[in-house]
Ligand binder design. Structure first.
Ligand code: GLN
Ligand code: ZN
Length: 767
């Protein structure tokens, strides 16, 4: 590229809010527990914001985001900003803003919280706005305004970041009680004046730019929505008192929305150029660029943990220079989705750490790229050489390539992913072997993770107890879980998963190819953080992972104990994945490792094996065109995991996200003998949908909601099972809860399962 100087800023859309030691979590939870005052919480939050801004500015970013910080969730903050407080929370918010805010997030004894759901295809969860035909919006810019003033007072160059009006409405659902067909987007005309007020307030306080995040535009949107986008930004763009507007779309290519935004009377556009979103480059060229606008180029992946290919990014940036008025360098999306700092990781193989970039390293990459863009590549020659060396080391490392794994994956044939017998035949064999009653009862796997279990794990970690003592505690817990299930009269038992703190981490720790972090916390929702493992290399299973405890459990009872594994798609979905090979290849490697575990369980006499795939639905690509390819490798990976068993071994799977409509065919393609699904809150709707789709195999639509401590009554369960029987015949219907019981207390689990057995018996008597 030429060394022509140009002006360019480095920036990010948002930064992890947690603090280096998860100070925010401690402060917020301390406030809930009454240990931390509102004033202390405020001071902690302000300090964390200041530290991030200083760090970003010191690192060399020319513009820092503000308003992206949140005590709980930025979509909830937007709900407050536009005054869309649900009716049931209004008195609490009026009485005390902070407590009312947390009441919306978490509910109170009397009032339900807002619903929570995934932020696009990330593992961050937001609180779903509830809007109806009667919703009246009012501007409440206190939070964005306050944070802008803080940053300005520090002498920084802040850019407020807000959820854009179209995305906000598209993320909302109809208020309870409203016509379920109500479309929140119809409220756009009512919402825009509120955004206009916020813009005016930010301008008056000194904001030069404001960013609207519109990630909803990277999904398939009908013409009517695109027209609404055009109208919204025409209107906001024509305001007299406003900062310059930057509209950012990320998590994929904007597609049809790109020309709409390119033509909008706004001053800036933020585009994702990572992975498949690189299609934005051609699309931008096709519309003739945005020569009069500022283009913020998301060339650094904001969602994964691998270092950037700096030369490739520079070449993208060089092309963009010809397509926009000004080109700034950024991460593709907020850095909220990655951990803070690779330097904190002392346990990762030193050969691997140079390949990793968390939020701090990504910030440095953005600064380097900005410098390369403005001063020429010679100014960053050292960085480029280091980067090239690290990329080459990774590409050629024997650490991540296992020829045996590759050879095995390459040799997979369609037969490997196909059960030996079709369902009706193997179902007969299984029926004869298992001898279960109609509508058999089972659970999804986990039993309460008690304080004692957590204490035992902590004791083992700190050396207070040794492995043998820990194992004895696990064994005792398994015995207790089994004795209870036998007494209650459950038909297919589980060992209760007491040895697992997390259904992905447990397996990741036992598979080669995975790397665990010590401090790689990422916000899942509110004050909940997860530490996703990193899929770094070819995956294999050095030794059995679940055999010991499953076999032990089976040795304690004459009833069948269900083996319990996490499926390949979920193992990918809740990890950071490789970016150097297709996801499907990684899924296949994980599937082959799990297949060996399945074979070991079967050889040990385990007659029922469940492979959980709760994430199958949630990782569905954002665009419909990408879904068939995804579903094809995802279902193949599941079948590769399970199809090696003999006909008399019964394969179960479990899924727990409410909308299964789009994956009914995929569920069929799994060819599992039994599927248990979340269904209680939708009154067995999914059982009907499956039946209508002609689903021919066993189904356990969850008859009670494990997210609530409420104990379902026998009559209620009978009535749900009866509804189930209208769709699924008694020899294929199962009675089970919605999901695992690990978050519940023993008292309610005992009562609920006893009622479940009683209800199943009543149904059997009727049938
Ligand atoms: N077997 C797991 C459990 O019972 C399934 C959890 C899940 O679906 N998220 O905990
Ligand atoms: Zn579940």
């Amino acid at each position: 590229m030429t060394d022509a100087p140009t002006t360019s800023l480095g920036t990010v859309y948002g930064y992890p809010r947690q603090g280096p030691d998860r100070e925010l979590k401690r402060a917020v939870e301390g406030y809930w527990a009454g240990r931390v005052s509102a004033e202390e919480l405020r001071t902690t939050a302000e300090g964390l914001r200041r530290d991030v801004w200083r760090q970003l500015t010191d690192a060399g970013l020319g513009e820092v985001p503000c308003g992206d910080f949140s005590l709980y969730d930025h979509v909830l903050d937007t709900t407050v900003m536009v005054g869309a407080i649900p009716e049931r929370h209004r008195s609490a918010v009026a009485a005390n803003r902070l407590d009312g805010y947390f009441a919306m997030a978490r509910g109170t004894r009397d009032v339900a919280p807002l619903e929570m759901t995934k932020w696009f295809d990330t593992n961050y969860h937001y609180l779903v706005p509830e809007l109806g035909p009667d919703t009246a919006f009012t501007a409440d810019p206190a939070k964005p305004l306050g944070e802008l003033r803080e940053a300005l007072a520090l002498g920084l160059n802040p850019r407020p970041v807000l959820v854009g009006p179209v995305t906000y409405l598209l993320l909302a659902k109809p208020v309870p009680g409203a016509d379920p067909g109500f479309e929140p987007l119809t409220l756009l005309d009512r919402l825009l004046p509120v955004y206009a007020d916020v813009l005016a307030a930010l301008r008056a306080a000194g904001a030069e730019w404001v960013q609207f995040d519109e990630p909803a535009l990277v999904q398939d949107r009908p013409r009517a929505v695109l027209d609404a986008v055009a109208a919204a930004y025409r209107r906001l763009g024509s305001l007299e008192h406003r900062p310059k507007i930057l509209v950012a779309g990320y998590f994929g290519p904007l597609g049809e929305a790109l020309p709409v935004l390119a033509q909008a009377p706004v001053e800036g556009l933020g585009l994702d150029f990572t992975g498949p979103a690189a299609a934005n480059l051609d699309d931008l060229a096709r519309v003739g660029g945005v020569l009069g606008k500022r283009l913020v180029a998301g060339v650094v992946d904001g969602r994964n943990v691998w270092i950037n290919d700096l030369e490739k990014s520079l070449s993208t940036l060089a092309t963009l220079l010809g397509l926009a008025g000004q080109v700034d360098v950024a991460a593709s999306c907020s850095l909220l989705h990655v951990p803070l700092d690779v330097a904190a990781e002392t346990g990762i193989d030193p050969e691997i750490t140079p390949w990793l970039a968390f939020a701090r390293q990504k910030t440095a990459e953005i600064v380097t790229l900005t410098r390369g863009l403005t001063r020429g590549t010679r100014a960053i020659a050292g960085h480029l050489a280091d980067n090239r060396a690290a990329l080459e080391a990774r590409a050629t490392s024997t650490l991540i390539r296992d020829p045996a794994v590759r050879a095995r994956a390459a040799a997979v044939t369609p037969q490997d992913a196909r059960r030996a017998q079709p369902y009706p035949e193997r179902a007969r064999t299984q029926r004869a072997r298992l001898d279960l009653p109609p509508v058999p009862t089972t659970t999804i796997g986990s039993f309460p993770q008690t304080a004692e279990l957590r204490a035992a794990r902590a004791d083992l970690l700190s050396g207070r107890i040794d492995q043998a003592a820990y194992d004895e505690r696990i064994a005792a817990e398994i015995r207790e879980v089994l004795i209870f299930q036998e007494k209650a009269g459950m038909d297919v038992l589980v060992h209760g998963e007491p040895e697992r703190s997390d259904m992905v981490q447990y397996f990741a720790e036992r598979l080669d190819g995975y790397v665990a972090t010590q401090h790689g916390w990422v916000q899942s929702y509110g004050t909940r953080y997860v530490r996703p493992p990193i899929l770094a290399g070819d995956v294999s299973r050095p030794e059995p992972m679940t055999l010991r405890w499953t076999r032990y459990a089976q040795s304690q009872t004459s009833r069948p104990v269900k083996g319990m594994l996490t499926g390949p798609v979920t193992m990918l979905a809740w990890s950071f994945v490789r970016d150097d090979q297709p996801l499907g290849d990684t899924a296949r490697q994980v599937a082959l490792a799990l297949r060996d575990e399945v074979a070991d369980l079967e050889a040990a006499g385990i007659a029922v094996i469940q492979v959980d795939e709760p994430a199958l639905r949630e990782t569905l690509p954002l665009r419909a065109a990408d879904r068939p390819a995804y579903l094809s490798w995802a279902t193949e990976a599941f079948r590769l995991t399970t199809a090696g068993v003999r006909p008399e071994t019964q394969v179960h799977t479990h899924m727990c996200y409410a909308e299964f409509g789009e994956i009914l065919t995929a569920i069929e393609d799994l060819d599992a003998d039994v599927i248990s699904l979340e269904a209680a809150r939708s009154h067995m709707q999914v059982a009907r949908e499956l039946a209508e789709a002609g689903y021919p195999r066993g189904v356990g639509p969850g008859v009670y909601d494990i997210h609530s401590p409420r104990v379902p009554g026998i009559e209620e369960l009978v009535s749900l099972l009866r509804t189930g029987l209208e769709a699924i015949p008694a020899d294929r219907l199962w009675a089970n809860p919605d999901c695992g019981l690990k978050t519940r207390g023993w008292a309610e689990v005992r009562a609920s399962l006893e009622n479940l057995v009683a209800a199943a018996r009543e149904i059997r008597a009727e049938a």
